[in-house]
Design a protein around this ligand. Structure first.
Ligand SMILES: NC(=O)c1ccc[n+]([C@@H]2O[C@H](COP(=O)([O-])OP(=O)(O)OC[C@H]3O[C@@H](n4cnc5c(N)ncnc54)[C@H](O)[C@@H]3O)[C@@H](O)[C@H]2O)c1
Ligand SMILES: O=c1ccn([C@@H]2O[C@H](COP(=O)(O)OP(=O)(O)O[C@H]3O[C@H](CO)[C@H](O)[C@H](O)[C@H]3O)[C@@H](O)[C@H]2O)c(=O)[nH]1
Length: 333
């Protein structure tokens, strides 16, 4: 039985990866400082080591004690506007955190790493679909700290005898179709989560940041990937490393762009509710459009998405949000 250490496993994407790993027969240990994650997001029977990835001794001890042979490193900071306000936090947590995880892998002799990177490393791509060979050119500290962490992973590979799969996620959304997990993030800033919170009456309105981009309807365009498909991509990445596969750098998206207004219309369609919307100026640090060239991961990992399509993403996210809202109302009563 292979044991995998999942950093950030109490968070949104990490908790879905934990489910996918367990469904695939892996043993899992979560390490999370619960700064943005939730104890209840870690399934019963999965050990939770509470602490920071920046604590190298703690990570090393967790790897050794549980006999882990691979790490899925999700822990990090990820809100673009916050990264502009607190750049040092982003560099510390994303680059410093990755450095510490690599040190722990070195100390514990762990040679397989799957690293959570982001489409934000691309910055403002010229146009069209962005492929993995486009050089990173981040436009905010979040993207810059992840691009640097990617480079660090690549530099460490030879001397540490480490093989890695770096996954550049585009915009992750939705919830486990079976309702076992979803996005709990407090004060969420992600478009689809915000829109679902408005649809269930948890927020008053959706703010649209920028209606004057050079995009078909003037709003930002993103490639939304279902979180459970993304979780499966991690299982595929891990299997690739277990088979002795080479290090890889892969986009994780569907290759289809949806505008902010299209997303809001999908939430209205699925929820049956009109969303109050306020148009505002562009948000600092935002790219007009980010859409993946998405073939490489399918070719190299044999990954086949099962949940492609905006309405499915929205319905799972909305089902989860309704449940969260019912729990909140129950707690108030
Ligand atoms: N959500 C997206 O659309 C998206 C897109 C691209 C990349 N990513 C990347 O995916 C990863 C997971 O993101 P998420 O959306 O699940 O966010 P999240 O905030 O829900 O999860 C991050 C988890 O990491 C934990 N954490 C943060 N700093 C830590 C530290 N120093 N030590 C231990 N635990 C720590 C948090 O408590 C949280 O549980 C991040 O690395 C992020 O950059 C996310
Ligand atoms: O309330 C909102 C929230 C977002 N947006 C717009 O919706 C689009 C998507 O914004 P999100 O905040 O949902 O996501 P980002 O694209 O800024 O960033 C997300 O996806 C990136 C990858 O593309 C990163 O990895 C990052 O971690 C993750 O937060 C942008 O055009 C943004 O301006 C709004 O109009 N209103």
């Amino acid at each position: 039985m292979t044991t995998v250490l999942v950093t950030g496993g109490a968070g949104y994407i990490g908790s879905h990866a934990v489910l996918a790993l367990r469904d695939a027969g892996f043993e899992v240990v979560v390490l999370d400082n619960l700064s943005a994650g939730f104890r209840e997001a870690v399934p019963e029977g999965v050990p939770l080591v509470e602490g920071s990835v920046r604590d190298t001794a703690l990570v090393t001890d967790a790897l050794r004690r549980h006999g882990a042979t691979a790490v899925l490193h999700f822990a990090g900071s990820l809100v673009v506007p916050e990264s502009l306000e607190q750049p040092l936090l982003y560099w510390e947590n994303n680059l410093g955190g990755t450095l510490s995880v690599l040190r722990a892998c070195e100390a514990a002799g762990v040679g397989q790493l799957v690293f959570s990177s982001t489409a934000a490393v691309y910055g403002m791509p010229d146009s069209g679909l962005v492929d993995e060979d486009v050089p990173p050119c981040p436009i905010n500290p979040y993207g810059a700290s992840k691009a640097a962490a990617e480079r660090l992973v690549a530099d460490a590979a030879g001397p540490l005898a480490l093989r890695s799969v770096v996954l550049r996620y585009f915009n992750v959304a939705g919830a486990d179709p079976a309702g076992r997990a979803g996005q709990r993030t407090a004060r969420a800033t992600h478009l689809l989560k915000v829109a679902c919170e408005v649809a269930v009456g948890q927020r008053a309105e959706v703010q649209v940041f920028g209606t004057d981009y050079a995009t078909p309807d003037g709003t930002g365009v993103r490639d939304f990937i279902h979180v459970s498909d993304l979780a499966e991509a991690h299982v595929a990445a891990l299997r690739h490393l277990q088979r002795g596969g080479d290090s890889l750098l892969l986009n994780c998206g569907y290759g289809t762009g949806h505008s902010v207004l299209e997303v809001l219309r999908a939430v209205e369609r699925v929820s049956g509710r009109a969303l109050p919307v306020r148009n505002l100026a562009r948000r600092a640090g935002d790219a007009p459009a980010l859409v993946a060239r998405a073939e490489r991961i399918r070719t190299l990992l044999g990954w086949q998405p099962r949940l492609e399509g905006l309405d499915g993403i929205v319905s799972s996210a909305l089902a989860w949000e309704r449940r969260m809202q019912a729990e909140r109302l129950e707690n108030v009563a």
